[in-house]
Design a protein around this ligand. Structure first.
Ligand code: PLP
Length: 407
């Protein structure tokens, strides 16, 4: 019989676009003893988490709570609760995760309309607004921070235009929440999905979402309460009930709201983690946290450029927490990543689809976004590139990053 050893995970410096290093305070919170999900001590923590999530999403929305599952669980919950078969959904695609939105909307029976731009670029907001006018969809679903290309799509004009045209604007802010501005109310976004494993520095396994009254009213028309827990007044005929039980926002609302209608068994330890994660974000201060992400991004960028490497995309639409570096000609990107991991314990990422093998993606997210990590990754990358005979400016990268920190 095999004797399996105790878990002994190596310590890593994780500089990918997620999952990233988890704040030690979050890890400690996760070892808190389990409580029953309707224990008042636990429901109080649920309420507190909702309150803190509203602040992180910069919204007055009544509904802000996590979906149990990875970030795409949050996306599925919103899309499957909103989309009825045959609904028109417009999706601008500028990387892998626009395709994910399409995939999920398609599986929910939507009539899909897509517009695409080159990976590494974003859309002029007016192009999307014109398309919304032309297609007249029920939903515009769009990614804010596209981790596959390191690009951030501006949304401040798209949201208000959708509101004016009575289109629901649903945003994947999985990568951006807690790392840069996601102004849900000001940008008039109707539903927004965040991620835990990126700038919140919580493990993967929950997806915080928020949505407004426009979405809530739509959910009310599709609400069907599970038979085993329904009461008399719940037994109404609904023409197009939400297809999923697990991701049914109308029932989840009753679980997170004062009714506390029994639904799934809450992922208690993940809730502890998320509560501590958002508490840390608010303790640091949103502005201060965004500024920290910008500072370390700048140090990394300056270091990369001084080393003689090229950034993949234009800084004007760069995602502050993901820096994409063009792999120099003749260099095996995967061999470099392997050496970084094996010799230095540093993880950086490759990319997907048309960018696979062409760029490295370096994340500066949440707890991983620290000076010592940035300096370490620059030093190690330089050493590994020297071993691979790349033509780089030796000794310049770290100095440029230090200049940023000292200035
Ligand atoms: C922008 C974006 N959206 C969605 C996802 C999907 O998240 P998950 O893998 O947690 O389901 C990711 C994951 O990397 C992402 O970066």
């Amino acid at each position: 019989m095999n004797v399996f050893q105790e878990i002994n995970a190596p310590l890593r410096t994780i500089m990918t676009p997620g999952p990233v290093e988890v704040d030690p305070r979050v890890l400690r919170a996760m070892s808190t003893p389990i409580l029953g999900q309707f224990d008042p001590a636990f429901t109080q923590m649920m309420n507190e988490t909702m309150e803190m999530l509203r602040q992180v999403f910069q919204t007055q929305n009544k509904w802000a709570f996590p979906i149990d599952g990875t970030s795409r669980a949050g996306i599925e919950a919103v899309l499957c609760s909103v989309i009825e078969p045959g609904d028109k959904v417009l999706i601008p695609i500028f990387g892998r995760f626009g395709h994910l939105l399409t995939e999920i909307a398609e599986r929910n029976g939507a009539e899909i309309h897509i517009i695409e731009c080159k990976w590494g670029e974003v859309f002029d907001q007016q192009v999307i607004i014109d398309e919304v006018r032309k297609v007249k969809p029920k939903v515009l679903a769009i990614v804010h921070g596209e981790t596959s290309t390191g690009c951030m799509q501006p949304l401040d004009q798209i949201g208000p235009a959708c509101r004016e045209l009575d289109v629901l604007c649903i945003v994947d802010a999985v990568a951006t929440i807690g790392g840069t501005e996601v102004k849900v109310d000001e940008w008039k976004l109707d539903a927004v999905i965040g991620g835990t494993q990126k700038c919140l520095s919580v493990p993967s396994g929950m997806a915080p979402i928020t949505y407004n009254g426009r979405v809530e009213r739509l959910l009310a028309t599709r609400k069907k309460v599970e038979r085993g827990v329904a009461q008399e007044h719940d037994r109404v005929h609904v023409q197009h009930p939400i297809r999923s039980n697990y991701f049914d926002l109308s029932q989840l609302q009753d679980y997170w709201g004062p009714r506390r209608l029994n639904h799934h068994t809450e992922a208690t330890s993940m809730l502890y983690a998320l509560r501590e994660g958002v508490r840390i974000v608010l303790q640091e201060g949103l502005e201060e946290r965004f500024e920290r992400h910008r500072l370390h991004e700048k140090a990394l960028i300056e270091g990369i450029k001084a080393m003689g490497l090229e950034l993949f995309n234009d800084v004007s639409w760069k995602l502050p927490m993901v820096t994409c570096v063009t792999i120099p000609d003749g260099i095996d990107g995967e061999a470099v990543r392997t050496m970084l991991l094996e010799q230095f314990g540093i993880e950086i990422a490759s990319s997907f689809g048309p960018l696979h093998g062409k760029i490295w993606r370096i994340g500066t997210m949440g707890y991983s976004c620290r000076k010592e990590n940035v300096l370490f990754v620059l030093a190690a990358l330089e050493a590994v590139l020297i071993r691979h005979h790349a033509s780089i400016q030796i000794g310049q990268g770290l100095q440029a990053a230090l200049n940023v920190y000292e200035s």
